[in-house]
Write a protein that binds this ligand. Structure first.
Ligand SMILES: [Zn+2]
Length: 464
């Protein structure tokens, strides 16, 4: 049995799922943003199933995700076996099994299950998954878990699930301190009109031509040096060549930067990420490695150098830097790819409805770009540098037609100050800095400088 204490919204999500199961809904999608602790909710649901003598099959998608999923269940206190070719944790007698979809499909296995949980359900390819699920018949309930319930191929999950339970909203997680506040900066908004599409997203070579230009690449390093120097950073690049070029530029500026991609040996990848965690390396630029499953709460800056049409991929990228950590009051998103303007603020209220026929509310709250500091905001003055905008609030924008996301129009009152950091927060950040300074024997001036590099101004109170 797991012994975790659930947060109130987690208990609430668990109750909602149980209630829907009692109402005989057989296909439920639990939407739980990064940082909301979806495994804790799943663990509580698994406990409930086991208490009634049930067995749970936990389906995971790729080889790398099996071990991550297994480790998360261990963390939540759920004892389980793993079904995957050659995996050392083969314990077929246990009532909870984590299984590779590929292994089940290939071997035609049907482990006992009274509940099937599909991890990272946005990966669910209808054919393979449906074939496995069909082995159980229509009566065994299926619970999908996803932080970003949009498939990367642009299709919805409506063909697989009947109802959605939303565990938490990103804004709510920030307000409760489970995620940190952030500021997004639109340093570049590249013109992507000429970039062709491959599948549902931009063509990689086309993106490379736009994003690997020397002016844009130079600005990435320049803005980082000016505003984020020394802060642990992950860069999302378009291609291996693009990522390596960016790393070269960072290194030429004296920054400890490294490149990582999926074709490197696992040991080398682990070593690079360990150096980022220890602080030996400040910047890691990656291609499709650090979007999912990887977690470093101390990460403070996310540099978007990879435009995407996928709102799911966008949210996975920015989600990396929103985890809370001691001494971290705010995250910075350096957007050089036009992603925030294309997809909305990371904590914009999104419509997770599965109903494809529902008319799409294509209105996102109008984000302004500060002409002085490039911060994105929704009010009439920049929360980052206090630039006052004499013009009123803009009209809602049209979403790109390719976007599969449905966004609900929100009253502006609700959005005002969404990207605003209250004085209390600056104060608490300053207190954290002063504490760190005292612990490490630094002068108070260090804290003041660190504060200024973050907020662009000196602390309001004297800190002798
Ligand atoms: Zn500003």
């Amino acid at each position: 049995m797991s012994a975790q204490v659930l947060r109130p919204y987690q208990s609430n999500a668990m109750e909602q799922v149980r209630e829907r199961l009692r109402a005989n809904v057989r296909r439920i999608l639990l939407v739980a943003p990064t940082g909301s602790g979806k495994t804790s909710v799943a663990a509580a649901i698994i406990d409930g199933a086991r208490a009634k003598g049930g067995a749970v099959l936990f389906l995971a998608h790729r080889r790398e995700l099996i071990d991550q999923c297994s480790a998360r269940l261990d963390g939540a206190g759920v004892d389980h076996g793993v079904i995957q070719a050659g995996h050392p944790r083969s314990l077929p007698g246990l009532p909870v099994q984590v299984a590779s979809v590929q292994t089940l499909a290939r071997r035609g296995l049907r482990p006992r299950a009274t509940l099937i949980i599909v991890d990272e359900a946005h990966h669910a390819r209808a054919n393979t998954y449906e074939e496995i699920l069909s082995r159980y018949g229509p009566d065994v309930p299926v619970l999908g878990l996803s932080a970003t319930p949009w498939r990367l191929d642009g299709r919805g999950l409506g063909e697989m699930f009947q109802e959605v339970v939303v565990a938490a909203r990103v804004r709510e997680l920030i307000e409760q301190g489970h995620l940190v506040s952030y500021t997004g900066f639109a340093y570049d908004t590249p013109d992507l009109a000429q970039v062709r599409k491959t599948g549902a997203d931009y063509n990689e070579r086309g993106l490379e031509l736009v994003m690997d230009g020397s002016k844009l690449a130079g600005n990435i390093v320049e803005q980082w040096l000016a505003h984020a120097n020394g802060l642990r950073t992950v860069v999302f690049a378009v291609s291996i060549a693009h990522s390596m070029h960016l790393v070269e530029r960072f290194r030429a500026a004296g920054v400890a930067a490294e490149h990582i991609d999926g074709e490197m040996p696992q040991g080398e990848r682990t070593a690079i990420l360990a150096r980022l965690a220890s602080g030996t390396t400040t910047v890691v630029s990656n291609v499709n490695v650090l979007t999912e499953g990887w977690d470093l709460p101390q990460l403070e800056v996310c540099v978007l150098a990879r435009p995407t049409l996928s709102v799911g991929l966008y949210l996975q990228m920015v989600g990396r830097c929103l985890r809370p950590a001691p001494g971290k009051a705010i995250a910075r998103i350096h957007d050089h790819a036009g992603n925030i303007l294309a997809h909305g603020a990371p904590d914009a209220d999104r419509d997770y409805s599965l109903d494809e026929d529902k008319p799409k509310a294509n209105a996102l709250p109008a984000l302004r770009t500060c002409p002085d500091c490039f911060a994105l905001y929704t009010g009439t003055s920049c929360p980052n540098c206090a630039h006052e905008d004499p013009v009123g609030i803009g009209e809602p924008r049209e979403l790109p037609t390719e976007s599969t996301e449905q966004v609900r129009a929100i009253p502006l009152e609700e959005l005002r100050g969404q990207l605003h950091f209250p004085d209390a927060e600056r104060d608490s950040y300053l207190n954290e800095l002063l504490k760190t300074a005292a612990e490490r024997g630094y002068k108070a001036g260090w804290a003041a400088h660190r504060f200024k590099s973050r907020y662009g101004h000196w602390p309001a109170r004297r800190i002798a």
